[in-house]
Design a protein around this ligand. Structure first.
Ligand code: FUL
Length: 676
């Protein structure tokens, strides 16, 4: 008869099994403040101060405190939105390049204390801090070293001023998680009335060593941000994109903040970097960092925001998304909607980690305490690793049945350093392994997106590294498709192209006012005015997007004009009319019921038409006015302007600018007609 071992003995046996020795770290490794910070992943920026009221991105420094006057400021609204969006903290522009400060600093008059807001008794940093604490958010401070207001900027006295202000900010408001030093530095400015250009030596002027030491002394847990770290570095662009290969290791001593070649040479980090200085991707939810009414319709779309998510957090970087708080002192409704949609989609994409119910194994394990399933236990502190010198290592995941998936998430246990240089994902097909996709670096978090796959077994092969892999977590997800309607574009010839929002999406359309019933496979011609309806359908489950409808006017095929850029159906090109007139030969007589004017869409537009006269002609010589009026809000909201009039036949049309917003020559991105 078989002898049974008593359960208690078995327990003792398991318990006494000794954990094998952990792998040696691969240097550099993160400091404990960096380890705490990397778990935040996602936090927000608030750009709000004088520029909000001067409608600028970079104030000159000659603005007056009286200009700062939000009508309905509510920092709790910012904190609520950040919290609902899944952000872990907020960083506020306490002082931007124009020098105006959001707290009643003892060291300057260029402050909220001399503004009409809260009768000069307000302290916006305090209100911000209170709101963040209430919502459980960490508090960060942006402080611009460059100061275009201060008379002493460029002299040693200014460094004392800057340190005095930092001392106020870092002593009086409790714990700060990040101090953000901007790299933009020196140039022309008001400088107390001097109105001149002041260049500084960015390497030496701020005496960073001692400035950083002051921050460390006052806030030992705060992360110090700049191009060069020392704790967290700029990602090198303002799109919010890290790189396919992103190291947290940086050759830190070769870099200083504001260095011109930083973005191209250093921003990706270096495999042999000497210090641990991970990347932070910063991006604004609108084109500008500061609020401008004319960007109300330019808030990033859900696909754009998700692209940012996958290219930042999914590429070993944290993500800092900016809210340009408006002149009321609130996050605009459009921005709120956009960020909450993004938060929903992130939750949806990562709702169900399919490895949780799978069996995980590995070709090799280091010994007790480093088993394969520790890479799928949802605990970042435990990890799978292999014996020293093991150069072929893989993790295998058996889902028990065929599943569908399109995302792979990997996390290295960074307290032991960043290691992996190349890995691939394979699936088992009829007993052999087929490659699905591959990646280079992992770091704290790496997410790969790929077309839908089905498999029962997959494996992640760690092909190359600085040392053996140490994997804290893996994840496999089946992210639902982004079901947005397709994008519609049309050429001057009338050729229409529809673009799906994602892979695996079919497009259906109609041109007869009925629901979309035609599958779309290639561009098609639409010459006559028609109603186009389009819809996206997910082939996997038949789910469909909303139906988008668009009136397509008669094609511009026969149109002739010297203002070609205004009739090319390309919304990004534009025509500048030196004589403030745009005339077009329509090529045939057409019954017109109105016209459209789509203003120039550049970041810094010029020549927006604010008062117009629209004329028609049969011969191109004798003109008859049909409509005159104003485009009243075109500067703040440069969307398509639509003007209707009583039907008239014409072969020629002319749009005259009676006035432009800035007095410059009139511009137009597109001119159109209405015929229905
Ligand atoms: C840049 C600044 O010049 C922008 O105004 C903005 O503050 C951005 C976050 O950093 O360098």
């Amino acid at each position: 008869m078989k002898k049974l071992i008593p359960v208690s003995l078995l327990f003792l046996f398991t318990f006494c099994q000794e954990k094998a020795a952990p792998p040696e770290p691969v240097f550099p490794i993160p400091h404990e403040r960096q380890i705490a910070w990397q778990e935040l992943e996602f936090y927000g920026f608030v750009h709000f101060n004088m520029n909000t009221f001067s409608d600028r991105e970079w104030g000159f420094g000659d603005e007056k405190p009286e200009q700062f006057n939000p009508s309905a400021l509510d920092a709790r609204q910012w904190a609520r939105i950040a919290k609902e969006a899944g952000m872990k903290g907020l960083i506020i522009t306490a002082k931007h390049h124009d020098g105006f400060v959001l707290w009643p600093s003892e060291y300057t008059e260029h402050s909220v204390k001399n503004s009409p807001w809260r009768d000069g008794k307000g302290d916006l940093i305090q209100e911000f801090v209170d709101a963040c604490r209430e919502y459980g958010l960490k508090v960060g401070i942006y402080y611009s070293p460059w100061d275009r207001n201060h008379p002493d900027y460029g002299k040693p006295e200014y460094i004392t001023y800057m340190r005095n202000q930092l001392t106020e900010l870092l002593s009086n408001y409790g714990e700060i998680f990040e101090v953000w030093f901007d790299g933009a530095n020196g140039g022309d400015g008001w400088y107390g009335g001097a109105n001149e250009e002041r260049k500084v030596d960015k390497l030496t002027y701020y005496d960073w060593e001692n400035t950083h030491a002051l921050v460390r002394e006052l806030q030992p847990h705060a992360m110090l941000f700049s191009d060069a770290g020392p704790d967290v570095r700029w990602v090198g662009n303002e799109h919010g994109f890290a790189y396919e290969t992103t190291w947290s290791n940086l050759m830190r001593d070769s870099i200083y903040a504001g260095m011109p070649e930083y973005a191209s040479e250093w921003a990706t980090g270096q495999e042999n970097g000497t210090h641990w200085v991970p990347a932070e991707s910063d991006v604004s939810i609108r084109p500008g960092w500061y609020y401008h009414r004319y960007e109300d319709h330019k808030v990033k779309s859900l696909p754009e925001l998700m692209e940012i998510y996958y290219k930042s957090i999914g590429r070993n970087s944290s993500l800092l998304i900016n809210f340009p708080v408006d002149t009321r002192g609130l996050i605009h409704e459009n921005d709120e909607k956009a960020i909450l949609k993004m938060a929903d989609k992130i939750r949806e994409d990562f709702a169900d980690n399919l490895v949780k119910s799978a069996r995980i194994s590995a070709n090799t394990e280091r010994g007790t305490g480093y088993e394969a399933d520790l890479a799928a236990d949802g605990n970042y502190q435990t990890y799978w690793t292999v014996p020293d010198g093991e150069d072929e290592a893989f993790l295998e995941v058996d889902f028990g049945q065929e599943i569908r998936f399109n995302r792979l998430l990997l996390q290295e246990y960074t307290p032991l350093g960043q290691r992996v240089k190349a890995f691939s994902l394979e699936k088992e097909v009829n007993g052999s392994w087929e490659k699905i996709t591959a990646g280079t670096t992992i770091g704290y978090k790496r997410i790969l997106r790929f077309a839908d796959q089905t498999a029962q077994k997959i494996r992640i092969v760690f092909e190359e590294g600085k040392a053996i892999p140490v994997i804290a977590e893996i994840g496999v997800f089946n992210a639902p498709k982004l079901l947005l309607p397709p994008a519609i574009s049309r050429e001057k010839s009338g050729n229409v192209t529809l673009t799906p929002p994602d892979e695996g999406i079919e497009i259906w359309y109609s041109l007869d006012h009925r629901e979309p019933s035609q599958p779309y496979s290639k561009p098609f011609m639409v010459n006559q005015a028609s109603m186009l309806k389009v819809v996206s359908k997910d082939v996997r489950n038949g789910n469909q997007s909303e139906v988008l409808q668009k009136i397509l006017e008669q094609a511009k095929t026969k149109w002739i004009s010297e203002a070609e850029q205004a009739i090319d159906e390309n919304p990004t090109s534009y025509f500048t009319a030196q004589n403030n007139e745009i005339s077009v030969d329509l090529g045939e007589k057409i019954k017109l019921t109105g016209f459209t004017y789509f203003p120039m869409q550049s970041r810094y537009p010029s020549g927006h038409i604010t008062r117009y006269l629209f004329e028609i002609s049969q011969d191109g010589r004798n003109w008859v006015p049909v409509s005159e009026g104003e485009f009243s809000n075109v500067v703040n909201s440069p969307i398509e302007q639509v003007v209707r009039f009583q039907a008239k036949e014409a072969k020629y049309i002319k749009l005259k600018a009676l006035q432009t917003a800035d007095g410059n020559a009139a511009t137009a991105a597109e001119l159109g007609i209405l015929t229905k």
